[in-house]
Design a protein around this ligand. Structure first.
Ligand code: GAR
Length: 188
């Protein structure tokens, strides 16, 4: 059995899709939700699905051993970042190298890096007059949004699209592809 941990800071719609995708799977189990925001919707989603969640404080997350020992205690094999907004500490990258993936709501290497998350990304894409955007699923390394790209999918940005409209198109792509890409990675 492969035990997944999902790290999330927000509403948790991607986390929920992943939980639903792997429900009843005999090889993969969402074992843990790790969250850094007490008010995040993802905590309620974890509770509704009977999945253990940890609300982590900044000083614990960025302590020298990071949360590596907590993850090992829960026998976590693979980590999925689904709207998690803190940078992953080097200790954690090293302990789980090649076993942490992130989803980014744009076509990296554009519109990534520190401070580029959520609606800020969509605002920047529209402000720049791009005609397409999309999603990027990539491995996590020591640098923000720079790890090897695993998968991308595109959507059009139409004239008159607002950041909210673009966010919705991007969410559709994320929900459609993220769980399946994770499943394929774990199979290979
Ligand atoms: C998603 O669109 C994800 O790509 C983005 O946060 C959103 C979380 O939505 N992640 C980033 O911006 C990371 N830089 P959700 O909480 O509904 O899954």
């Amino acid at each position: 059995m492969t035990n997944l941990a999902i790290f999330a800071s927000g509403a948790g719609s991607n986390a929920e899709k992943i939980i639903e995708h792997f429900r009843g799977n005999s090889h993969v189990r969402v074992a843990l939700i790790l969250c850094n925001k007490p008010t995040a919707g993802v905590l309620k989603i974890a509770e509704n699905h009977g999945i253990k969640s940890i609300l982590i404080e900044k000083e614990d997350f960025f302590s020298p051993n990071s949360c590596v020992s907590a993850l090992k205690d829960h026998q976590i094999d693979f980590i999925v970042l689904a709207g998690f907004l803190w940078k992953i500490p080097d200790a954690l990258v090293n302990a789980y190298r090649g076993k942490i993936v992130n989803i980014h709501p744009a076509l990296l290497p554009n519109y990534g890096g520190r401070g580029m998350y959520g609606m800020r990304v969509h605002e920047a894409v529209i402000h720049a007059g791009e005609t397409e955007s999309g999603i990027t699923i990539h491995y996590v390394d020591e640098h923000y949004d720079e790890g090897d790209i695993i998968f991308q999918a595109k959507c059009p940005v139409e004239p008159g699209d607002t950041p909210e409209m673009l966010a919705q198109k991007v969410h559709v792509l994320e929900h459609r592809h993220f769980p399946e890409v994770i499943e394929n990675l774990l199979r290979s």
